[in-house]
Design a binder for this molecule. Structure first.
Ligand code: SF4
Ligand code: SF4
Length: 249
């Protein structure tokens, strides 16, 4: 199917969207005085938590960790914490840091995950933005080569950054993940500690990850499946994170 698109500048994508950031962008966000949210999800090599067709993309942007007697994959997203309008959005719906805005802001509404097809109904862009402009997708392929290159850069950054993000999380005491598909664990680190740690890992060699991860899950049924792999489930009430459940109520 072909899709046309032209941004109408409504600014909706700059409201209530936690914008995923590369490590360099997260450092910039912190230096600018912004808040970063850390979102964590994990899965297992036996297929628990991961649709088989998404495995390659998900594995490449994940770190292999220990949980109990099991090995798991953990994906860590650093994102701009945007509740309401982004701190960089001005009164005219223009971006104050347009020239250095994050990669994901340049890519939206295109998809970064190769296993997810663009569904215009799930995007914030109003109907008129899809009814005008040049082809965004033609014959199932992205038309704009520059946009395709930005998506490749974003995927590569995810792969390049994951070990360092794991080290940053360890230094910040972030060691509880959700199961992919069941939810996310979400952390709002103190930003002066975040900035200190992100600078620390850029100047010191990374130590191998040695601390165990726990899984926070939505219910006993999922907990049983995780424990059957040998992995550990969090039993204490969360102290430094929130669990965002994706389970239907
Ligand atoms: S950085 Fe700019 S483009 Fe990105 S969400 Fe904020 S205002 Fe929008
Ligand atoms: S929501 Fe879509 S149309 Fe509106 S500013 Fe963002 S990219 Fe443009």
């Amino acid at each position: 199917m072909n899709t046309t698109f032209s941004c109408v500048g409504c600014g909706k994508c700059c409201n209530d969207h936690h914008v995923p950031l590369t490590l360099a962008e997260a450092r910039m966000w912190a230096a600018d005085g912004g808040q970063v949210i850390v979102l964590v999800e994990g899965f297992f090599g036996n297929g628990l938590g991961l649709p088989v067709q998404q495995r390659e993309h998900a594995e490449r942007r994940s770190v292999v960790v220990r949980s109990g007697t099991s090995q798991a994959y953990v994906a860590i997203t650093f994102a701009a914490y945007n509740v309401g309008p982004c701190r960089n959005l001005d009164e005219d719906n223009l971006c104050r840091i347009y020239e250095r805005r994050p990669l994901v802001c340049r890519i939206y509404p295109a998809k970064i995950n190769p296993h997810i097809t663009l569904n215009t109904a799930n995007k914030d862009c109003p109907p008129e933005s899809w009814e005008q402009g040049p082809d965004l997708i033609f014959g199932g392929e992205l038309v704009d080569r520059e946009l395709a290159a930005l998506i490749q850069r974003s995927r590569q950054a995810d792969r390049d950054d994951i070990q360092t993000k794991d080290a940053i999380c360890r230094l910040l005491g972030i060691r509880t993940t959700a199961l992919k598909g069941d939810g996310f664990t979400a952390y709002l680190p103190d930003m002066s500690a975040f900035a200190r740690v992100i600078n620390q890992v850029s100047t010191q060699p990374l130590a191998a990850s040695e601390s165990d991860w726990l899984f926070h899950v939505s219910g006993d049924d999922i907990a049983g499946q995780i424990q059957a792999t040998g992995a550990q489930v969090a039993t204490d009430a969360p102290v430094n994170y929130a669990f965002i459940s994706l389970r239907a109520a």
